[in-house]
Design a protein around this ligand. Structure first.
Ligand code: HEC
Length: 411
């Protein structure tokens, strides 16, 4: 079922998360309390992650635990009952910021699908050119494809074990490009043949390829956790990476504006950056609050840059024309941990990952009004979302092993 290599990968990912420094959680050895079910939890629940996930979670009711663990493991019913009862007794629901529901006139329908491999950590989603929804199964070394019309799901195993697929994006021909965070490459999957082509990083200092995006010319831009931004020119196969001016940065989300200029956010500082698409020279911009940790980015058609301030619980707006920054407190408050963000036309959408259940937030820049919905499965941390060409949204629900389609304007 699970092999030693996966443990290695998970350990590496855990380190990456810790070094991000913003998880706000303690990592320590967890001693499970005695009780019926302890042994099963000790063995079964440490195969993909440590028991810190259990201890640091918000806790659940018996039904809540049952529902959650079904996205990770499959067990006989009696065994599942024992485990759910044990967990609910020793890890009951803790006080945690609750979703704040803000009513409004917009309507959405949120549809969810469980992906085939359990516990696969669907990290990022991307729309395919044919109406499909793609995701990275980070812990399972797969890319997945969903046809939302039929519900058909298919996973493509990647070539190199433990690639750690993190972000992904489709090109115009329908190939799916992904960042192999664990193995320092960017890959291209041809869904027709299943064939994978890997583009290695040019030097060993270039680690943790993170989030990819295409510009209008068909060049692929991507952030790297090692304080860099990279570019692949598919027509020549050229791979180039450049360092950010500031040392020890963590370029995270990335988006391209209407002029073909990539913008990224730095999750390790209060700054965002832009890249000259010809020279790859990076320019950094400082956000006013030193505590700001922008994690994901979206750009509206007016080329205004929007970001989720994960650490402080804000939605931010940066206007490159004037340099002005504006911020709005997220409806769920300081602990709401705004994360995945996308724009459909002039409307900004994002998810609050720190509230229970996770929310979908809509913000209209014209009226400066928020509206929120809860994500039916709870969300399990929505690390990324993207707009589809027809103005809907695709979401990856990492901790509950699902992908979602948000149909905007439907009710
Ligand atoms: C096949 C892999 C796998 C196994 C086995 C597994 N999990 Fe998980 N689990 C995951 C993944 C993937 C996540 C998401 C981790 C992340 O995003 O950081 C997760 C996250 C969690 C979380 C965090 C969710 C939250 O609400 O904060 C809890 C709690 C959890 N697992 C409990 C368990 C328990 C209990 C078991 C044993 C019954 C178990 N897991 C077994 C893959 C697995």
């Amino acid at each position: 079922m699970l092999n030693g290599r996966l443990f290695g990968l998970v350990a590496a990912l855990a380190c990456a998360a810790t070094s991000a420094g913003a998880q706000g959680q303690q990592r320590q050895r967890i001693e499970l309390p005695d009780g019926d079910g302890r042994q099963i939890v000790q063995v079964l629940c440490t195969q993909c992650h440590t028991l810190n996930n259990v201890a640091n979670s918000g806790g659940y009711t018996r039904d809540g635990w049952r529902e959650l663990i079904r996205s990770m493991v499959s067990m006989r019913e009696a065994r599942e009952d024992t485990v759910a009862a044990y967990l609910a007794t020793h890890f009951p629901v803790k006080p945690r910021p609750e979703a704040v529901l803000v009513p409004g006139d917009a309507t959405v329908v949120i549809r969810e699908w469980m992906v085939p491999t359990l516990g696969s950590r669907p990290h990022d989603p991307a729309p395919g050119p044919d109406g499909s929804i793609w995701w990275t199964g980070q812990y399972a070394n797969v890319l997945g494809r969903l046809d939302p019309k039929t519900g058909a799901l298919r996973e493509y195993l990647l070539k190199t074990p433990d690639s750690g697929p993190h972000g992904l994006i489709a090109d115009k021909a329908g190939n799916i490009w992904y960042t192999g965070q664990g193995k320092r490459h960017v890959g291209k999957l041809d869904p027709l043949t299943g064939e994978v082509t890997e583009y290695q990083m040019p030097d060993t200092a270039a680690r943790g390829p993170h989030t990819p995006i295409f510009d209008q010319k068909g060049n692929l831009w991507f952030t790297l956790q090692s304080g860099m931004v990279g570019r692949i020119v598919p027509s020549t196969g050229e791979v180039r990476v450049v360092r950010t001016p500031t040392a020890r940065t963590y370029p995270y989300g990335i988006a391209v504006n209407s002029q073909g200029i990539p913008w990224y956010v730095d999750f390790r500082g209060n700054r965002i950056g832009s890249v000259d698409p010809e020279t790859m020279a990076i320019r950094e911009y400082t956000l006013p609050d030193t505590g700001a940790r922008p994690r994901r980015i979206a750009i509206t058609p007016d080329d205004v840059v929007w970001y989720t301030d994960y650490a402080r619980g804000y939605l931010g707006r940066f206007d490159p024309k004037t340099g002005a920054v504006r911020e709005w407190p997220s409806p769920g408050g300081r602990q709401s941990r705004p994360y995945g963000i996308a724009a459909t036309g002039n409307i900004v959408w994002y998810s609050e990952s720190g509230v229970r259940p996770n929310t979908l937030v809509r913000f209209d820049p014209a009226t400066e009004k928020f509206q929120t919905w809860t994500i039916p499965s709870g969300g399990g941390i929505v690390r990324h979302m993207m707009a589809t060409p027809d103005g809907n949204l695709v979401l990856a629900l990492s901790g509950v092993n699902r992908v979602a389609l948000v149909e905007v304007g439907k009710d």
